[in-house]
Design a binder for this molecule. Sequence first.
Ligand SMILES: Nc1nc2c(c(=O)[nH]1)N(C=O)[C@@H](CNc1ccc(C(=O)N[C@@H](CCC(=O)O)C(=O)O)cc1)CN2
Ligand SMILES: Nc1nc2c(ncn2[C@@H]2O[C@H](COP(=O)(O)OP(=O)(O)OP(=O)(O)O)[C@@H](O)[C@H]2O)c(=O)[nH]1
Ligand SMILES: [Mg+2]
Length: 457
Amino acid sequence: MSGVAGDATIAAIASPVGRGAVSLIRVSGADAFGVVDKVWRGAQSVAEIPARRATLGRIVRADGSETLIDQVLLTRFDGPASFTGENVVEIAGHGGVLVTQRLLEALLEAGAKAAGPGEFSQRAFVNGKLDLTQAEAVMDLIEAQTDLALRAAHQQLDGGLGSRITAMQDDLLGVLAHVEAYIDFPDEDIDPDTRSALISRIDRLRDTTSGLLETHERGRILRHGLRLVFAGAPNVGKSSLLNVLLGYDRAIVSDVAGTTRDTVEEVVNLGGVPVRLIDTAGLRSSGDEIEHEGIQRTGKALASADLVVELLDGSVPLSEQERVQVPESVKHHLVALNKSDLGVADGWDAFGEDAVRISCTEVDGVEPLIAAIKREVTTSASALDATPVAINARHRDCLQLVSSELASARALIDLGEEPEFVAEHLRAALNAAGEVVGKLDAEDVLGKIFSSFCIGK
Ligand SMILES: Nc1nc2c(c(=O)[nH]1)N(C=O)[C@@H](CNc1ccc(C(=O)N[C@@H](CCC(=O)O)C(=O)O)cc1)CN2
Ligand SMILES: Nc1nc2c(ncn2[C@@H]2O[C@H](COP(=O)(O)OP(=O)(O)OP(=O)(O)O)[C@@H](O)[C@H]2O)c(=O)[nH]1
Ligand SMILES: [Mg+2]
């Protein structure tokens, strides 16, 4: 995929195949109108139709046979005023799997090239219609599983992150220009006033950077879900609890201890926060090879958990139960005592209000447990209103580099080092900030990002 403006005209099915009443095919490229004209039969040619007006006509094969494929609505967008910035034609067909496939084939026969994954968005990016954070937001939007995640994606698509980075680049450029001015006059040292002014400008930039970095945790949770792990001894009811929270029988439940082997994951929406519920194999020492592997996986799930719900069987005395070793990295830990329908055995009073009593079979006490989970969850993912930004892992990597380069630049100014050395770090910081929005020439980086998109995007 080269993705350079003015390249071949590309075509792809933009709607899910076979599931809609209407399917959408997009064609983009300098010769999009000419290519589509070969298969379009209407009162006017594509170039004569008023731009952006859906027009009824027919699509036929391009092999000269005039074989009818579908009656369609066609819309023309004149570059640069289009999604990709190129000439674009959209064809809305009847939505069947075969019809849609034949429409695309006719366009390929007419000279279009099948678009690769993300190629439309990549062209929009190359033509300056979207910066990289906005292109990524398109994907976040498609994959969003809750309204809160959707809102974060829309904010990023609206340039919420891009505009902050651009402002940061402007500031950085100002500081760099200032420092570079000294390079041209080697006899002049940076005077103390200028030095302290530069330092405070750099410090402000570092504050902005760390403010953005702090939004990564929220971004990770909104994109991938907060990781909630159910852990406990075999048979305490972890899989039962998963099923109760999901509202359907996702995991196998049985009175055989050691039923769950592999971890089972499903995402639910808790107060707008996507929560990935992870059911695990019950913890005990086991000679069974497969169960042992399952328990290893439980360990891994615990290590990457945001919240652990430790499940215990409240109908069995506390002294007879193994507690879960919750790793220190886990920020939130709740205890739930299951099987309350069987009564409460000795020793559990010690937990008092710290443990929620539930019954999975009677579906009792589940609401208070959900409320307790929600309280933990919102502290992890809230504050989207205060800073409407939620950066992803790629942004975080770039910004960490910005941060460390700024720290180096500041340290060198403090030491009274030559401006050349200071400028070098500022330039590195500027490049790293540029990478966030896609001001980079490394084609491979772009290819990697856009190829994770779906075809037709
Ligand atoms: N039919 C259709 N629906 C769609 C899309 C599409 O490509 N086609 N989109 C694809 O993701 C999204 C909408 N995104 C779009 C963004 C910009 C332009 C566009 O034509 N921009 C021009 C003109 C702007 C204007 O009229 O205000 C431009 O930016 O110059 C079109 C779609 C969602 N719905
Ligand atoms: N009486 C009673 N039985 C329950 C309750 N919750 C689960 N059980 C029963 O306890 C047994 C074990 O339940 P599971 O959900 O499979 O337990 P688990 O913790 O997933 O067990 P492993 O996968 O083996 O680690 C099943 O027979 C369930 O029906 C409850 O609230 N009350
Ligand atoms: Mg289980």
